[in-house]
Write a protein that binds this ligand. Sequence first.
Ligand code: ADP
Ligand code: MG
Length: 596
Amino acid sequence: MAIALQDNTRNEVAEFSVARDWHSDRRSPVRWLFSHVWHHRLHTLGILLGSLGNALGGAIMPLLIGQAFNSVNNGKADTHSLLIAALEILASQLVRSMLQMWRNFSSEIIGQRIERDVRAELYASLIGKSMAFHDRQRIGDVMARATNDVREVNFFMNPGLNMVLGSGAFLIFPVIFGARITPQLAIIPLLYVVFYVLAVQRFLNRLAPATEEVRRQFGAMNSTLAESIEGVETVKGAAQEKREIGRFTAAVSRWREASVRQGDVEAVYLPGLVLGVTLALGVAHSLLLYMNGTINVGDVVAFSGLLISLRFPTFATQFAYPQVSSGVASARRILEMMNAETLLDQNKGGHAEPMRGDVEFTDVTFGYGGKDDARPALRGVTLNVKAGQTVAIVGQTGSGKSTLTKLINRIYDADGGVIRVDGVDVRQWDLSALRRQISYIEQDIFLFSRTVAENIAFGAPGATREQIERAAHAAQAHDFISGFKDGYDTIVGERGVTLSGGQRQRLAIARAFLTDPRILILDDSTSAIDSATEDEIQRAMFEIAQGRTTFVITHRLSQIRWADVIVVLRQGRVEAVGSHEELLVQSKAYAQIFGS
Ligand code: ADP
Ligand code: MG
């Protein structure tokens, strides 16, 4: 079977990959972050040069002051030489500020661009994922990752990494310039740098689990929030507001506690403690060298100034590293979602002929829990439907009716057996060609907060107003749409009108008329509709079923009667297949329910 399992490194692991000119490196969070940073090379260069320039400018200052100090001390100072020293200081600091501006500008730009890139990358990845993937996600957590964690990636760059690089550069020059005064003077700053690197490594190791927990708890809190708002009607109906508030408060507390633990880790920052000792030892060292005549007073002044510039990397990074650590934790959460494997693949270049509409199930088994599901939703289903036939699927709730239809257009993939459309295994079809020619009208019809016309034309974005109206007429929807104040331009949902179940269903049927599929699936099992609209819907359904293979999941005898084939499902198995008359004779259960 040619189900290509994509390797989840560089490829898009999704059914539908969006073609892009550039691919990030998704092998690890750090690689991924740096591939995003390096994608903006020019600005990265700006940050690096700006950082070095700033640190160099900062280090030159004490050297120049030391020189001036020497001239004064030797009594050789005149206005001319001091003026030159002052001008040198001025010039070096001007260049430094300009580089600094370039650096901050680059950092800001990179931060925003990375955020934009990551948002687009994540969205493309999410929308391409299979239903099996989305079933497993909690919407609030997905939203937390898509909004908050993406933001953290921006902060990772700016101020995080920018500050780390910018202040890190300040570690280099005390060593280099100290050595230039006299090699021995490099010793203490060098020891400090070694200590600093080790201490930061330890700091980051301790921070990582803390920041990850903070991100995780934030996602959990968001899930709780999303779920209770989504289910607010149920909460109110059962008068469970108090308990839900309690649940949310508990989630908030867990997040707060995680943040406090991160704060505890941040508080123990050793370089801050050791810097004081380093300064004292360094100055003492230079004074000793002065006393034995190795260096002069100006050198002592210069070296002390160099040592003091170590303060910046020491304290700035206490705040920058937690940003970096949070950024990496967020990157891990984003990557986790993007790299999550889905077994479906788009199968570009697969079978993509115009569809006739023959559907054939051969010994199909499927469980939502995967191959090892102890209670599969479908077992050994075998079924043969000719192009153009209407199939009614009946059975109790949970018997697998919806599941059966979802395997036809590969919303899910069967675990065992084969499903063929026009004699071709659905897995050999180009997924996009397969789905374009199959329309699915779900149990819960989802309408976007857009105009009625846009909702109807959802699957056929190029449709004209005339075509849309014709589809609405055929779906018996034109009359109620005309009744709205803005007609076809009425906005649905949120701040627009709300539609009844029957109206939604007819919009969905109009949608299907426009896309003109070869196979149509109508999941009508739960709709409770008054009998006045019932007639209209029946007519619409009958209309749309003409000339295509139609699967109707229904309890309505009227629909069952005009079906060519009726499939009776029981606990995931096909219990009986036949026409209404045949089944009345063959199936006792069927006769009991429908044999009035
Ligand atoms: P019907 O449409 O006949 O009411 P379904 O096909 O929806 O039945 O469900 C068949 C079985 O699969 C049920 O036991 C149901 O609980 C389970 N099921 C349905 N959808 C999912 C899902 N997304 N994840 C896990 N189990 C599911
Ligand atoms: Mg169902």
